[in-house]
Design a protein around this ligand. Structure first.
Ligand code: HBI
Ligand code: FE
Length: 297
């Protein structure tokens, strides 16, 4: 694919990567429409691709007990038979009945505004291509395994599903307020790398950890990283890492807390966060503020 071809088709908007530098995103954007969705190209999958999916799924599934939150474990079977890459339409049908969400196919990473618009319409974009065998342990851009296994199960949870929609609506506003960087931190530290405090102990709910071979156990059980209570303004001041396991994880006590944090208008929140950043600076990954409570494992 060439970003140029997508440019003509997608009304002058080139596909963008986020936080990955200037490398063009992987995926064939020529087949996408103006909203960046396309049909799942099921014919592209070779037997080796289904095998990659099957092995990734099996490796993650056996790690879930004691590390993933109950809502995720309960819903993961909704993805269907783990032997082959699922047909998105089949999952979508079940998801629509459960929470009114659908999954739609995209060629890969899409621009923020298009991404937010889909979430706000309760449509979750899922990439259809799968990583190459040599990328089995780590793939830079989200592929079908990350998007499906990591993100889709929690869309079956009503509260989390509402949070995702609220996030998308907030994103459309943030684009107009030039606050996407602050809002992207919220996505990163919750939807991708969030932990939740439960009666049984800390558990993961973030898709980045749940779809990672090593980080799932690391995030929940390693003494290495810092784990701090979810606080919206603190979080928006916090830088994150894209090239290693996270040095800081934010812990929520429920999905309700997450949803409620996104209910107020963020306009004054962004203003306050910007003020704090200009007076006290951003917070580096791994740094704990004086007096801040940490979750000890
Ligand atoms: N596109 N396909 C896809 N998947 C994502 O997770 C994604 C994206 N585009 C933008 C984006 N995420 C980020 O900007 C989020 O931080 C909001
Ligand atoms: Fe993701």
């Amino acid at each position: 694919m060439m970003p140029g071809s997508a440019k003509a088709l997608n009304q002058g908007v080139a596909p963008v990567t986020y936080g990955q530098g200037d490398r063009p995103p992987r995926g064939d954007y020529a087949r996408a429409g103006a909203d960046y969705t396309c049909a799942q190209d099921y014919g592209q999958y070779a037997e080796a691709d289904h095998d990659t999916y099957r092995r990734l799924y099996a490796r993650q599934l056996q790690q879930l007990p004691g590390l993933a939150c109950d809502e995720f474990i309960a819903a993961v079977q909704q993805l269907g038979a783990p032997e082959r890459i699922p047909r998105f339409d089949d999952i979508s049908e079940r998801l629509l009945k459960a929470t009114g969400w659908q999954i739609v196919c995209v060629p890969g990473l899409i621009p923020e505004e298009a991404f937010f618009a889909l979430l706000a319409a309760r449509r979750f974009p899922v990439t259809d291509w799968i990583r190459r065998p040599e990328e089995f342990d780590y793939v830079v851009e989200p592929d079908v395994f990350h998007d499906l296994f990591g993100h889709v199960p929690l869309l079956f949870d009503p509260t989390f599903a509402d949070y995702m929609q609220a996030y998308g609506a907030g994103g459309l506003k943030a684009s107009r307020l030039d606050a996407c960087e602050l809002l992207a931190r919220l996505y990163w530290y919750t939807v991708e790398f969030g932990l939740i405090d439960t009666k049984q102990g800390l558990r993961a709910y973030g898709a980045g950890v749940l779809s990672s071979a090593g980080e799932l156990r690391y995030s929940v059980t390693s003494p290495g990283p810092r784990r701090v209570a979810f606080d919206l303004q603190r979080l928006m001041r916090s830088r994150y890492r894209i090239d290693t396991y996270q040095a800081t994880y934010f812990v929520v006590d429920s999905f309700r807390q997450l949803f409620e944090a996104t209910a107020p208008d963020f306009t004054p929140v962004y203003a306050r966060v910007r003020e704090t950043i200009s007076s006290q600076g951003e917070i580096d990954a791994g740094v704990v503020l004086p007096g801040e409570r940490q979750f000890m494992i």
